[in-house]
Design a protein. Structure first.
Length: 204
């Protein structure tokens, strides 16, 4: 029995090993810790990830350094030379706030619930938990353009493949309401732990 967390991985396993996979992702609704609290929408964009090259952190920071849009970026900056360099280089921009790791779900809830848009730079790894978690907040999402993210978001969010693409998105605000509603609808339909548990029970 092979379980893939993303259709793109299942496609790869099929083509590479001629093995069929069952696709079961992750739930993300556990992050809605304060869902009854009043949300105070703010004008910042939010990035949240491990600070690794494959998460296109530098691409995102570079884009924001060339605009006046506000970015709060949470990650483990001090765990690698790569992260330390980026933290030093981009902390000098007044519109970019470099934030050390946050593991408290209530604090993360506040960051996610109050942001304007979530920026997702992951380029690998299947269905990324941070993406499906963000989708539950009814916020627009700008995601790196790769098969993994397109499968997870059903081609319904906005995508970028370069700093220039992201700058264009930041300046356009195109279809933000449609984007946000689609992300919430998909998350509710596919990425709750109740649904994931039923998928495992059915498979077993």
């Amino acid at each position: 029995m092979v379980i893939a967390d993303n259709q793109a991985i299942a496609d790869y396993v099929q083509s590479e090993y001629n093995v069929n996979s069952s696709v079961i992702a992750y739930g993300g609704d556990h992050v809605l810790t304060n869902d009854n609290e009043e949300v105070k929408y703010q004008d910042y964009f939010l990035g949240l990830c491990r600070i690794e090259p494959e998460n296109n952190v530098e691409m995102i920071l570079n884009a924001f350094s060339k605009t006046d849009k506000k970015l709060k970026f949470i990650g483990n900056w001090d765990k690698s030379e790569f992260g330390v360099r980026l933290k030093k280089e981009y902390s000098k921009y007044s519109n970019i706030e470099i934030i050390d790791p946050v593991y408290d779900l209530d604090k993360l809830y506040d960051y996610r619930a109050n942001c304007f848009t979530y920026i997702h730079g992951h380029s690998a790894g299947g269905t990324n938990p941070s993406l499906v978690e963000a989708m539950h907040f009814s916020k627009p999402i700008y995601a790196y353009d790769c098969n993994f993210n397109r499968y997870s978001t059903e081609d319904e969010c906005s995508y970028f493949k370069s700093s220039e693409d992201l700058i264009a998105l930041l300046q356009s605000n195109y279809n933000l309401h449609k984007n946000a509603q689609a992300m919430k609808d998909i998350a509710t339909r596919r990425y709750t732990w109740e649904i994931i548990a039923k998928q495992y029970e059915t498979l077993y």
